[in-house]
Design a protein around this ligand. Sequence first.
Ligand code: UDX
Length: 446
Amino acid sequence: MTVRMAVFGTGYLGATHAACMAELGHEVLGVDVDGEKIASLAAGKVPFYEPGLPEILQRNIKSGRLRFTTSYEEAAEFADVHFIGVGTPQRKGEFAADLTYVESVIDTLAPLLKDAATIFGKSTVPVGTAKRLGERLRRKSPAGDALELAWNPEFLREGYAVQDTLHPDRMVLGIDDTRSGVAESVAREIYAQIIDEGVPLLVTDLATAELVKTAANAFLATKISFINAMAEVCEAADADVTVLADAIGYDARIGRRFLNAGVGFGGGCLPKDIRAFMARAGEIGADEALTFLREVDNINMRRRTRVVEMAREAVGGSLLGARIGILGAAFKPDSDDVRDSPALNIAGQIQLQGASVTVYDPKANENSRAIFPTLGYAKSAEEACAGADVILVLTEWDEFRKLEPSSLAHTVRQKKVIDGRNCLDSARWRDLGWEYRGIGVRVHSD
Ligand code: UDX
C-alpha cells in the first residue's frame, strides 16, 4: 500500500531515505530549511557523492512520487507519517550531541499537526531523547494525544546508503508502550517489501531502539581501535597486523570485517557517536561502563600522529621544507565526506610542521578545500606526487590500489610511499625499488 510521508532533513540520511521510500512506491515529500539543497534535489541533483542515489532520485522525481519543499505547512497538510532525518552533530567544546536540529523539527511541525499522525525518528540520538520528544510533540500540537512518536534508527553506511536502506541487515523500531501502538502497523506497511524479503524487524521500547544504534557504532569503533592497537604491538614486535587480522578473522566469532588497521575511523558518525554515548552514560550514572570508549578514541587519534611521525622519519627527521604528496582526503572511499577525516587531519598536521602538502582525492577535493584552503590540491595522483619526498596513501580508493608504481617513479623526488590503509600491493612497490611502509606491517620485506 502506498503511504504518504514527509522526510525532514535532506542530508546523507534524509535524502537517501526519501528517495528510497519513493522507490518502494510511497508518495514522499522531502523537507529542509536549506533552500539551496532543496532546489538542487528537486532538479534531480544530489549535493554530495553517493553512488546509485542520483539514479533513484531522478527516477522517482520523474514518476511524481518524490517532491521537495522548504514548507512545513505543505508537509503537515500532505502527510500523516513524518520521518525525522536531520543531523545530531557533536556540540562545540563538549562530547554531547547537539539536538538543536531534531528539536527544531518537532517545534516547527507540532503546531501544524491538527489530526492523528505518526512520527518516526531516524537520527542518532542519546538514549532518553525519544521519550522526551514525544511528550514535547504532544504538548505543542493541537492534535495532542493523537500523535505517536516512534524511533526507527538508521544504520546506513555512506557509499552504500541506497543498498543499506533498501536491503538492510535488520530494522529496529522502538515504540512508546504508553501509546496506542499504531506506529508498528504503519511501519510494517511502509517497509512491507523489505520485510517480505526476510529482513528482520525488531520491535523494542524507545530506549532500546536508541541504544541499538549507539551500541552498534561503539562496537564498530572498538573493533577498528582493537586492530589498530594490535598494529602498535606489531610495529614494536616486528610482526604483521594484516596477517594477524586474517588469522583471527577466520574465527567466526571474531570475523574479518572491520579489522583493517590504518589511519583509523573518521566521518560524521563513529567519532561523534562514541563521544555522545560517553557523555550520555555520564548523565544517567553509567559512565564507568563506557570509560573504555575513551581509550578507543585515544587509540584512533594516536594513529594519525603516528603517520605524521612516519612521514617525518621518511624525509630525514624534519618536515620543514619537505614536499609531501597525499592521496586521499575523504574519510573513506566512495564518499566525498571529509568530516573528521583522518586523511585531512594528517595532511593539516604535516603542513603545520612546515612541509608543502599537495592533496588529491577523486571526489573530495572541493569539500577539503572548503575547510582546509591552505593545502595544495591536485587534479590527479600524478600531479599530487610531483616532486614529492614521500607519498602518503590515506584513503583506500580503488584508483589508488590500482596505481602503477612506475607511473609515479619519474615524477617523485624520492621513491618512498607510506600506505596509511595497507591497501597497496607492497611486494610490487618494493620490487620496483620503492621504500614501502604500511601500518603495523614489517618494515623490511623478507
Ligand atoms: C558508520 C556505520 O558503519 C553505519 O552503520 C552507521 O549508520 C553510520 O556510521 P560510515 O560513517 O558511513 O558508517 O562509515 P564506515 O564504513 O562505518 O567507516 C567508518 C570509518 O572507519 C572510516 O573512516 C573507515 O575508513 C574506518 N574503517 C573502517 C577502518 O579504519 N578500518 C576498518 O576495518 C573499517
